[in-house]
Write a protein that binds this ligand. Structure first.
Ligand code: RTP
Ligand code: MG
Length: 139
């Protein structure tokens, strides 16, 4: 099923570095509408559940530790072709490889502390949005 929504998190590094406002500004200027949003924090347990798809990857333990290290901003975004277009707006996983002007090139510290998450499919966008938001928390 094709949807026009994606899910994002502003990760602990970007929140700690004071980039919430600049990143939201970048997202809105790129044409996305915010349909749900909250400042919250993952625990090791909830971060582990969220990233369960990466359980077998060598970086899983570090990723779970990093994602539960401080507050995050979770949001559902709407735009035509949202998932694919948002991946372009955030740039490559490794900020050193991210195109100029992408969120990760502008705001990320490293391949792990890379400022933002973006869903990789319509199906995952829906699953991830449901992980953080109930029906009455969306507009
Ligand atoms: P995300 O899911 O957060 O939007 O990132 P992504 O699709 O660009 O990258 P993915 O392969 O899904 O990896 C998820 C997150 O794991 C961390 N990572 N660390 N140390 C490493 O080699 C490594 N590789 C990935 C990053 O925080 C990445 O965003
Ligand atoms: Mg991913």
């Amino acid at each position: 099923m094709t949807t026009n929504r994606t899910f994002t998190m502003i990760k602990p590094d970007a929140v700690a570095n004071g980039h919430i406002g600049a990143i939201l500004d970048h997202i809105v200027k790129a044409g996305f509408t915010i349909k749900a949003m909250k400042l919250t924090a993952l625990t090791e347990k909830t971060a582990g559940e969220f990233y369960a798809v990466h359980k077998e990857r060598p970086f899983y333990k570090d990723l779970v530790g990093f994602m539960s290290s401080g507050p995050i901003v979770a949001a559902i975004l709407e735009k035509d072709n949202a998932v694919e277009d948002f991946r372009k707006v955030i740039g490559a996983t490794d900020p050193k490889k991210a195109d100029a002007g992408t969120i990760r090139q502008l705001f990320a510290d490293s391949i792990e502390a890379n400022a933002v998450h973006g869903s990789d499919s319509d199906e995952n966008a829906q699953i991830e949005g449901n992980f953080f938001f109930s029906a009455f928390e969306r507009v």
